[in-house]
Design a protein around this ligand. Structure first.
Ligand code: SF4
Length: 297
């Protein structure tokens, strides 16, 4: 591994992999940093399966969403640097001790070279599981191509249809084109994992029309047969608590408008959360989740 990092669309070119390991825009340096890992029983049904999905929550993120529920490790970088051997050890324990269905890489992009090395160690031992690449959708197709073996299942968001919103809410320039190219790439693969591609649409307060525009794009440019996961679970957190309209849950009317659009566009595959998932009294999963190994429900 050498040279400047251009793994994500930001292409900040930080010399992370050279001597000294400079930090990139996302904060990642020359070791994979992990906050939490363990079987997750709250993912979409085929990903969770019977035994849970083996999530690895990587620290840092290529976006900075003002409403992030995982800010302790995504923004502030909490977690522990791991060697490649230690990362392989975590993956081995998930497979052999926890008995999970898959390795679910949550925001893995800054650490792909290390994950590949860890997977190679395990492959030599005969320890293999399907990979789930769990992403905001802010990806480069060149990177997806390069690390395609880590993307058995693409669990990708289409979060915004407006670059202006993406810039303001997530500091993610060029998000719309990047995420749509990523989804198109994932759906166009001949060789995909057991669950293929699942597109997540988190309905954002004041921006329901962006989820609808993304559904329209998906139906028109790819297919209405792509499994979609429509989510009401937005809960104001972190900087969003002081940033209207992100300081409130999505309204029932907003959420219904997206569900109606999905039906109108003919989407029949996938999952729709009940509106009750938007209840702010429900615990914020990320903010209340401890570090290191543990079950996630
Ligand atoms: S993954 Fe991080 S270090 Fe690499 S290009 Fe993106 S922001 Fe920069």
């Amino acid at each position: 591994m050498s040279g400047a990092c251009e793994l994500c669309p930001r292409r900040c070119m930080a010399n992370r992999f050279g001597e000294g390991g400079a930090k990139g825009w996302c904060g990642a340096a020359n070791l994979p940093r992990v906050f939490r890992w363990g079987p997750h029983f709250g993912e979409e049904p085929p990903v969770t399966g019977e035994r849970g999905s083996g999530c690895i929550f990587f620290s840092r993120c290529t976006m900075k969403c003002i409403y992030c529920q995982n800010s302790p490790w995504s923004w502030r970088g909490e977690g522990t640097d791991k060697s490649v051997a230690e990362l392989a050890g975590m993956m081995r324990d998930l497979a052999l001790k926890d008995g999970v269905e898959n390795w679910n890489l949550v925001s893995p992009t800054p650490y792909l070279p290390f994950i590949r090395e860890a997977a190679a160690i395990l492959a030599k031992e005969g320890v293999r599981l399907p990979f789930v690449w769990n992403s905001s959708g802010y990806e480069r197709v060149e990177t997806l191509e390069e690390y395609a073996e880590l993307c058995g299942t693409a669990l990708f968001d289409l979060r915004y249809s407006s670059d202006e919103t993406a810039r303001k809410a997530s500091a993610a320039p060029g998000y719309v084109e990047a995420s749509r190219r990523a989804v198109k790439w994932a759906c166009g693969r001949r060789k995909a994992g057991p669950y293929g591609t699942i597109v997540r649409l988190l309905v954002l307060p004041g921006h329901a029309e962006e989820a609808i525009e993304n559904l329209a794009w998906l139906a028109t440019e790819i297919s209405n047969e792509v499994p979609v996961s429509i989510m009401a679970q937005y809960t104001p957190a972190y900087l969003a608590l002081k940033t209207p309209p992100f300081d409130r849950p999505v309204t029932e009317e907003e959420y219904e408008s997206v569900m109606e659009a999905a039906a109108d566009f003919g989407f029949e595959n996938g999952w729709i959360q009940g509106y009750e998932a938007s209840d702010p009294k429900l615990a914020l999963l990320g903010e209340n989740m401890g570090a290191d190994h543990g079950v996630v429900r």
